[in-house]
Design a protein around this ligand. Sequence first.
Ligand code: HEC
Length: 181
Amino acid sequence: MFLRKILMASLLLCGATITVAQESRFGTPATQADIDKRFWSTFPDGENLPDGQGTAMLGKPLFEEQCTICHGTPEARGENDVLFGGHGTIGTDKALATVGSYWPYATTVFNYIRKAMPYTAPMSMTNSEYYSITAYLLYENGIIGEGDVINKETLPDVKMPNAGNFIMAYPEVPEEYSIQK
Ligand code: HEC
């Protein structure tokens, strides 16, 4: 009887392990839904921005929880890329490229963060949380107000300070070779 109980328990544990393995689906072909989730990009004009919204006020605690460990704060640099400040340094010998000083579009900042950050768990937050964190970075870089609502309508209208300083590397590229959306 005791032995049977142990056997049952082992079978149950074994079943649990198999279920976990099946859920993570390592080694199985990606479904169309998996592919759609990953192959999704927001373009500079805001095309493909998702629903949801956020503000810098909501973004601050999220940033402190999810990002500060690597990127520091506006006051203190972290181990990884600096995201604040550096305004007016691009083109000088003290160039500091940050989200505020360098990036040309607020829409692609959102896209990058949503797809790639937090570094160890990309796409793990909700779209509204990603909007809030983007808003917080824009606010701390002096680009928007603390309570400005950022969503798919307002984000494309945000003007980044360095937007006008990019030049086309290949102005003569024939139409057929230009990047397709
Ligand atoms: C575990 C460390 C880690 C965490 C946590 C993390 N990042 Fe990053 N982040 C990085 C690294 C490393 C890079 C550089 C990646 C590369 O160049 O490929 C980076 C790059 C970036 C960049 C691009 C900077 C630039 O100017 O090119 C942004 C924006 C960014 N992270 C935002 C965030 C936000 C927002 C969060 C929180 C949601 C976050 N990161 C959390 C490590 C981290």
